[in-house]
Write a protein that binds this ligand. Structure first.
Ligand code: DSN
Length: 432
């Protein structure tokens, strides 16, 4: 599928280098994964040519009858995965999905609560350098200093004080499950809407390995490329027709319709123009894969691998924030190892192991340095690695971190990692 790119030698060189990097390195970035050949084909398909502003059956362009079918398949499959009543599969990213919810519910200057970025939240949950913190008034809730866990009493107190219009559940670096029932009680007690951004654990929720937000949160957003293993993109979902905390008196059945229309128009024309129909078709393919039993086997392995990796690293003297993991990721506090997150990320990179530096709760270092790293198992699990391999990976990580200033040692770890990766072929025919 890359044969025509060979004619552009500069671009083909990039593709060759990136393919080689993926094949010979251990990809431990918690938000990344490897899509199937079918998803890849759909993402590179002729549907990239089509302008289809609008929604199926209601487009601003002619010739949309077949791309409509792709979007309908994506919608039907996504609804089936989560038992959702409403979905929008057009957001180009999770950030745009979140923005659409903000635009639907809030006016500029309105208060909302989200997990602080420094404690594992996402940029769009109230960072001051993001639209969410620039246009609206965020308050960040934080993790408990001793346990590294969410503190629901603190969230209730902050909600009582600030009377937010919106509370956001979900984050990018939290390794434990969320109590959506409790959050809904908090939201109801102050008349707030509840949004869950499930971008990280979406694939695990899909297969029932973690609590589902759909029964409790008014709105759910996600990306499609993390544990869901689809193309890069975003989606919005609603579970059922909840009582509306703002006392809107529209009849019950009509409220879902009203909210759906508001959300749809927030996405297009509010934020986006033409949808990426090739990506929407790739989302449909990925959702079809999620519906299969084999995806349940995959997600169980992701969690088992994550737990084993956390346990192995703990045995090697690493501090995992909150003491472990329930999902696909973990946050490692490196303070006791006398190495910063930045130094660890660089050393691991030189050793063929890709991670990202990450602030730990109550970090004294800046986001550019940090005291921790975040690692996750979705991508290595897709490659076929199991719990035995996690023991080996913990060893590689430790060898690189302990020897972070020794380039010769890092280079020998890199060779060992490349050899190890050879037993788990990835995109083997891709450049053929
Ligand atoms: N940037 C993503 C992550 O790495 O978690 C979140 O969108």
């Amino acid at each position: 599928m890359t044969r025509h790119l060979k004619n552009d030698s500069e671009i083909f060189e990039v593709l060759k280098l990136e393919t080689g990097r993926l094949q010979t390195n251990l990809e431990l970035i918690a938000s990344e994964n490897f899509v199937s050949p079918a998803v890849l084909e759909a993402a590179g398909s002729i549907l990239t040519n089509k302008y289809a502003e609008g929604y199926p059956g209601k487009r601003y362009y002619g010739g949309c009858e077949f791309v409509d079918m792709a979007e309908e398949l994506a919608r039907t499959r996504l609804k089936a995965i989560y038992n959702a009543e409403y979905v929008n599969v057009q957001p180009h990213s999770g950030s745009q999905a979140n923005m659409a919810v903000f635009m639907t519910l809030l006016k500029p200057g309105d208060n909302f609560l989200g997990l602080s970025l420094a404690h594992g939240g996402h940029l769009t949950h109230g960072s001051l350098v993001n639209f969410s913190g620039q246009l609206y008034k965020p308050t960040g809730y934080t993790l408990n200093k001793e346990t590294g866990l969410l503190d629901y009493d603190q969230i209730q107190t902050l909600a009582n004080q600030g009377k937010p219009k919106l509370i956001i559940a979900g984050g990018s670096a939290y390794s434990r499950d969320w109590d959506y029932k409790r959050l809904r009680e908090i939201a109801d007690s102050v008349g707030a809407f509840l949004l869950c951004d499930m971008a990280h654990p979406a694939g695990l929720i899909a297969k029932g390995l973690l609590n589902s937000p759909l029964g409790y949160c008014h709105f759910v957003t996600s990306t499609t490329h993390k544990t869901l293993r689809g193309p890069r993109g975003g989606v919005i979902l609603m579970g059922k027709d909840f009582e509306n905390p703002f006392g809107i008196t529209t009849p019950k059945g009509d409220r879902l319709k009203m909210m759906s229309e508001l959300l749809d128009s927030a996405v297009m024309p509010g934020i986006q123009g033409g949808p990426l129909m090739h990506i929407i078709m790739a989302k449909a393919v990925a959702f079809g894969e999620v519906l299969q039993d084999s995806f349940g086997v995959y997600t169980k392995r992701v969690v088992a691998n994550s737990r084993r990796l956390a346990a192995s690293l703990t045995t090697l003297g690493y501090n995992i924030v909150s003491g472990g993991t329930d999902n696909h990721l973990m946050l490692i506090d490196l303070s006791n190892k006398n190495v910063t997150g930045k130094q660890a990320e660089i050393a691991l990179g030189e050793a063929g192991i890709t991670v990202n530096k990450n602030m730990v709760p109550y970090d004294s270092r800046s986001p550019f340095v940090t005291s921790g790293i975040r690692i996750g198992t979705p991508a290595v699990t897709t490659r076929g690695m199991n719990e035995g391999e996690m023991e080996a990976i913990a060893g590689f990580i430790n060898d690189a971190i302990v020897n972070y200033t020794d380039s010769a040692k890092l280079s020998s770890v890199k060779s060992a990692v490349a050899l190890f990766c050879k037993s788990f072929p990835l995109y083997a025919d891709y450049l053929g």
